[in-house]
Design a protein around this ligand. Sequence first.
Ligand SMILES: Nc1ncnc2c1ncn2[C@@H]1O[C@H](COP(=O)(O)OP(=O)(O)OP(=O)(O)O)[C@@H](O)[C@H]1O
Ligand SMILES: [Mg+2]
Length: 252
Amino acid sequence: MNALLEVEHLNKHFGGLHAVKDVAFTVERGEIIGILGPNGAGKTTLYNLLTGFIAPDAGARVVFDGHSLLGVAPHRIASLGISRTFQLCRPFVGLSVVENVVVGALGSRRGERPRRGDLEARAHVLLQRVGLTGKEGMPVEVLSYGDQRRLEIARALAARPSLLLLDEPFAGLGSGEIAELSALIRQVHADDGLTVLLIEHKLREFMRLVDRVIALDFGEVIARGTPEEIVRHPAVIEAYIGRTEDEAAHAA
Ligand SMILES: Nc1ncnc2c1ncn2[C@@H]1O[C@H](COP(=O)(O)OP(=O)(O)OP(=O)(O)O)[C@@H](O)[C@H]1O
Ligand SMILES: [Mg+2]
């Protein structure tokens, strides 16, 4: 069977800035792939390209589940089975927690025309799964930061994706919340057979979760490998781990 996602010659210029440089990778069904890289490496831009939020430069090949994604609108890409969460939570303010999840389901697979009642029932199941039972009717803006992160995941799952793109899901969380969210990601991966791309700076949890890592710096792939290979890779140590250790030393 073909890979779930195949990316070749992916480039993006913002004016003179070459934010994504000839990136190529494949993702097999059921993998959890980590995307590693320092601030500004092009990680979120990569997600924006994959989800149709921005268009790549000419010459790219992006094939998901047998469909070229080039020139395809974000809602169509969502309906093909790619969901994402955002680096900064973006709940629909003014709606309740459960309504936020129902809205997420509206981008669901083509051909399905679920009834509102069915969507709500499913939203309740998803909220239970992410640990938000009892908070369904609350206005979304009263949720704690950690709960908003959980809601982001419920909302992304509501569209029944086969590929889930997580952009720094652990940002701003304490270690207990990170462990819980990490267990949740493992669980949805195992139960739903979801394929996952994970961008994260919290390396300890990241390295435990992922099967393989693709490391970026200045928009380029600088290393690929297992977590064990990546933490020992000289280019990664130089670009990322070394730099954060320096920063940590400065901060200390
Ligand atoms: N819409 C845009 N217009 C112009 N420049 C952009 C745009 N989006 C991103 N960039 C630039 O592209 C580069 C890559 O940004 P990106 O947000 O992809 O980095 P990142 O790896 O996600 O970083 P972080 O870890 O800080 O989230 C940065 O230099 C950023 O300023
Ligand atoms: Mg980013």
